[in-house]
Design a protein around this ligand. Structure first.
Ligand code: NAD
Length: 288
């Protein structure tokens, strides 16, 4: 199967930080995009967020107003999941929870075309186990974008044990056509980047817990002396502590509670307090 052409309609389910960004990427590549979120008004808000960011490019003369208008016209917020039925590719970017994602995939299988590819943006959940409840797990593949999706080049194309290789190739080639740098990964917990990143977050959190340094000092140190683009605290504020904590728990449990991946109580406290990072206005830093 070749890469999907731009006549193929794409659906993105979940219009949060990742879903809105993925919708922008697909629309920029020329696809008509259905954007759905179970939260009323979230899909429209996702589209408005894209408009706001890209309007700044227009104002700076880096993008034509006509191109922006055309791009926004290609993103169609839909209130009912059944409205995505004619899509050739559906990418889910909903909450990082196995049972909820399985429920959505079952609904999608019931309403989508038989040849539609179902892709998951999960950061850590096994694609094999997500596909286990499906009638046709061969059509499920991981399509793992990084945050912010319009800016980050990497896409992990994750094969579960049942994933059809031709489906993975189509998604790989499509991501490349969208200007991304795809890489194949197997469905091991955390895949590649989130696996490697676990100790970066965990050790940074431990240093704070031991009062070795405060978050701002550690972030500055990793940026200025370590040449990292972001320190662990500004990065987890961007990712969202609910998402990052769920990913750590998922990897921890998938590895039979190996203490290498022990979730942080500091992060658990942030989640309990609703201090989710940028998206809530408060995390390690304030964004009010
Ligand atoms: P988010 O909380 O910003 O957005 C999730 C959205 O999904 C919310 O708007 C919510 O209303 C919606 N939603 C939840 N359940 C739904 C359902 N059943 N049907 C429709 N909509 C539903 O989360 P996010 O950061 O965008 O993460 C989404 C997914 O992407 C997760 O699987 C996460 O692990 C993954 N991911 C996140 C990042 C990151 O840096 N935040 C990076 C890569 C991948």
């Amino acid at each position: 199967m070749p890469a999907l052409d731009t006549q193929t309609k794409v659906a993105v389910i979940g219009a949060g930080a990742m879903g809105a960004g993925i919708a922008q990427v697909a629309a920029q590549a020329g696809h008509h995009v259905f954007l759905h979120d179970q939260r009323e008004g979230a899909a429209e808000a996702g589209r408005d967020g894209i408009a706001k960011v890209l309007q700044r490019r227009v104002d700076k003369g880096k993008m034509d107003q006509q191109d922006l208008d055309a791009l926004l016209n290609r993103i169609q917020p839909v209130a009912d999941l059944s409205e995505v039925a004619e899509s050739g590719l559906v990418i889910e970017a909903i909450v990082e929870n196995l049972d909820i994602k399985r429920g959505l995939l079952a609904d999608l299988e019931a309403l989508c075309r038989e040849d539609a590819i179902l892709a998951t943006n999960t950061s850590s959940i096994s694609v094999t186990s997500l596909g286990a409840g499906m009638k046709h797990p061969g059509r499920l593949v991981g399509m793992h974008f990084f945050n912010p999706a319009p800016l980050m080049a990497l896409v992990e194309v994750v094969l579960g044990l049942a994933t059809d290789k031709a489906v993975a190739e189509t998604v790989y080639d499509t991501a490349a056509n969208w200007g991304k740098k795809p890489v194949y990964a197997t469905s091991t917990p955390g895949f590649i980047v989130n696996r490697v990143a676990r100790p970066f977050y965990a050790e940074s959190l431990r240093l704070v817990q031991e009062q070795a340094a405060d978050p701002a000092t550690l972030d500055a140190l990793m940026r200025e002396a370590g040449n990292f683009r972001m320190g662990a605290f500004e990065l987890t504020d961007l990712i969202g502590h609910d998402v990052n904590y769920a990913v750590t728990n998922s990897v921890f449990n998938a590895y039979y509670q190996d203490t290498r991946f022990l979730p942080s109580l500091v992060q658990q406290e942030l989640v309990s307090a609703g201090h989710l990072g940028r998206k809530s206005g408060q995390g390690f830093y304030s964004y009010q």
